[in-house]
Design a protein around this ligand. Structure first.
Ligand SMILES: O=C(O)CCC(=O)C(=O)O
Ligand SMILES: [Fe+2]
Length: 328
């Protein structure tokens, strides 16, 4: 394991083509507790695959808004998030697994006139690869909890599923204010998120004492972060950190975020051995889909805004359940 040399944030870089050595495991454990973020290399996703997705997606994002809104939040498919929902400068397209090809094709069929299967083929390839990566990384993350925890994979995580969000950021025409947000601070709802960012940069993670730290792009490196589902399941031994995207320069940014999540009907409850005898349970058990709905049913929560986190939803102390949950 090597460390990124750029300032300011030094996240460990995990070589996922190698078995995990004990020194790597301890830096990974420290990063998962302190930042909830780390990076991976030798992951098998080529720049060429990313570039193909980039150019095909750009064709879609360049279409007029009226066309894209056929997939918008008020349409049947709801796969497109237009500008001004998460931020004025952000739009995204969702592609769901495990049949990424079918999901991508159904969006392409609505938007693109010429029949072409390339978009769905490249997304299937990307989706399958990042799914396998998620499984492997999740096992590594479980190992950071201690000996024997990787066995929890089979009993707890084998029904996880993933979806991809293709994110397109367009800066304001006059970028006067330094650090205009392209995507406001939020935590991810997932167990794990894997992000392929381009060379523009702008991704930041918030430290425990509230400082924004840059996660600089580095060719061949993907960013991995822990999401709320794993934070709750691990009784906060793994951290789901707030992060955001800012424009440092007036340049477009393009990223692929893959969310690896528990199945909808999973009851998330930290196992006793994860909680440990000397700790108290921080979360009440909750059904995964209820949390997703809680976030999505609320204007502020919908786009993963802080204030609608898993702790607000299921934290044990002083966090009332939302109205729909307690029947009032
Ligand atoms: O664009 C990025 O790098 C991050 C995107 C992100 O945080 C998200 O989609 O949840
Ligand atoms: Fe995120």
């Amino acid at each position: 394991m090597i460390h990124q040399s750029e300032n300011p944030l030094q996240l460990p870089v995990l070589d996922v083509s190698q078995p995990l050595h004990s020194s790597s495991l301890s830096s990974l454990a420290a990063a998962c507790q302190e930042w909830g973020f780390f990076q991976i290399i030798n992951h098998g996703i080529s720049k060429d695959l990313y570039s193909k997705i980039y150019s095909l997606s750009k064709k879609i994002f360049c279409l007029p808004s009226e066309s894209k809104l056929k997939l918008g939040p008020f349409s049947l498919r709801k796969t497109y998030t237009p500008h001004f929902i998460a931020s004025p400068f952000f739009e995204s397209l969702r592609v769901s697994g495990p049949d990424f090809a079918a999901s991508a094709q159904s969006s392409a069929d609505v938007l693109l006139s010429e029949q072409d299967s390339e978009f769905s083929e490249v997304l299937q390839e990307y989706g399958s690869k990042v799914t396998e990566l998620s499984k492997m990384i999740l096992k590594f993350v479980l190992m950071t909890l201690g000996d024997g925890y990787e066995t929890k994979y089979e009993s707890e995580f084998k029904n996880c599923h993933g979806y991809l969000r293709i994110n397109n950021y367009t800066p304001p025409e006059n970028l006067e204010e330094e650090e205009t947000e392209g995507l406001g601070k939020h935590t991810d709802m997932s167990c794990l998120t894997i992000v392929y960012q381009d060379e523009i940069g702008g991704l930041q993670v918030r430290s425990k004492d509230g400082k924004w730290m840059n996660i600089l792009p580095c060719e061949g490196t993907l960013v991995v972060n822990i999401g709320d589902m794993l934070q709750a399941w691990s009784n906060e031994r793994l951290r789901s950190s707030e992060h955001r995207v800012v424009f440092k320069k007036p340049l477009n940014r393009f990223s692929l975020a893959f969310f690896w999540c528990f199945e909808d009907d999973k009851v998330i409850l930290a196992p006793d051995e994860v909680v440990g005898q000397e700790h108290t349970r921080i979360y009440k058990p909750f059904v995964c889909l209820d949390y997703v709905k809680y976030r999505e049913s609320n204007e502020k929560g919908r786009f993963e805004k802080v204030g609608f986190t898993v702790k607000d939803f299921a934290g044990v102390v002083g966090f009332p359940m939302p109205k729909s949950e307690n029947g009032s």
